[in-house]
Ligand binder design. Structure first.
Ligand code: R1P
Ligand code: URA
Length: 289
């Protein structure tokens, strides 16, 4: 018999909405565009034919509506894989748990979740202004020390090589994103493999006033070549999305607007336009254009 999920494990607000996201099941479309910056949600929904629902709580701002007739939800997540663990678990519960009986539903619903975020490149041939889809996420965070999943041989080999290359005292992880979404939404973009860091400065090799423990992290990561598998860019969420997507059974793809090149030290002056291009590309692909 399926087990009832206790109140303490899955928190529902008094109005029936889910705790952090502040959403009820009817507020969510089966295609979700997830962005880091709460102000970016309206940059997505400005293109909707109509907005049917808006809410916000903490960093989670939601607009649901239609784009060229396709129902879409745009939500912000804030930064980091710890936020993504909450985001993905609650999104999944909205479609795969009966919030009244607190029982998992018999029939699984798969969501299409597309991250539209910014990122720094670590390869000279991927300049600022590029739009990149992540085939794999390489987690330099510790989220997957707390969940178990199956990894492919390639994923295990990449994780081991990254651990050796950086001489890390813990095991990173490598997870593939949705092949289905890569073929649809990734079409026309640079395809790369994205390192997800638990911070913007030291963990990405940036020195402001404190020297990072691995000052040459960019050189080390960008030099990895495992039978053609190269790491192309840095950001802070992709591995968490791909891990939670695999655990919960959702199609997830991370898209990256490259705003900086960390090798050539170039920073794009028009980050707004690059992100806008990525938003329009994403909306058109999911609407089938
Ligand atoms: C850091 O500036 C933030 O930008 C990137 C990183 O992943 C991190 O969240 O993504 P967003 O532009 O989606 O926030
Ligand atoms: N986001 C990141 O996490 N790193 C960058 O260099 C740019 C955007």
């Amino acid at each position: 018999m399926t087990k009832r999920i206790p109140e303490s494990e899955l928190i529902i607000n008094a109005d029936g909405s889910i705790y952090h996201l502040n959403l009820k099941p009817e507020h969510l479309a089966s295609t979700v565009i997830a962005v880091g910056d709460p102000d970016r949600v309206e940059k997505v929904s400005q293109y909707f034919d109509e907005i049917e629902f808006k809410t916000s709580k903490r960093e989670f701002v939601t607009h649901t509506g239609k784009y060229k007739g396709k129902r879409v939800t745009a939500i912000s997540t804030g930064m980091g894989t710890d936020n993504i663990e909450i985001f993905m678990t609650e999104l999944d519960a909205l479609v795969n748990v009966d919030l009244d009986t607190r029982l998992p539903k018999g029939k699984h619903t798969t969501l299409d979740i597309i991250r539209v975020g910014t990122s720094g490149s670590m390869q000279t041939d991927i300049p600022a202004g590029s739009l990149l889809a992540s085939a794999y996420g390489i987690g330099l965070d510790t989220l997957m020390a707390f969940y178990s999943t199956e990894y492919t041989e390639l994923e295990r080999n990449v994780a081991q090589l990254v651990q050796q290359t950086l001489d890390l005292p813990f095991r990173p992880y490598c997870i593939e994103g949705s092949k289905k979404l890569l073929g649809i939404v990734g079409k026309g973009l640079v395809i790369g493999n994205t390192a997800t860091c638990p911070g913007f400065f030291g963990p990405q090799g940036r020195e402001v006033r404190v020297k990072p423990a691995i000052p040459d992290i960019i050189e080390r990561l960008s030099s990895i070549d495992l039978d053609g598998f190269k790491i192309t860019n840095f950001e802070m969420e992709t591995s968490g999305y791909y891990a939670m997507g695999r655990l919960l059974g959702h199609d997830v793809l991370s898209l990256n607007a490259i705003v900086a090149n960390r090798i050539t030290q170039e920073f794009a002056s028009n980050t707004y336009d690059i992100v806008d291009d990525l938003i329009k590309h994403t909306l058109d692909r999911i609407a089938g254009h």
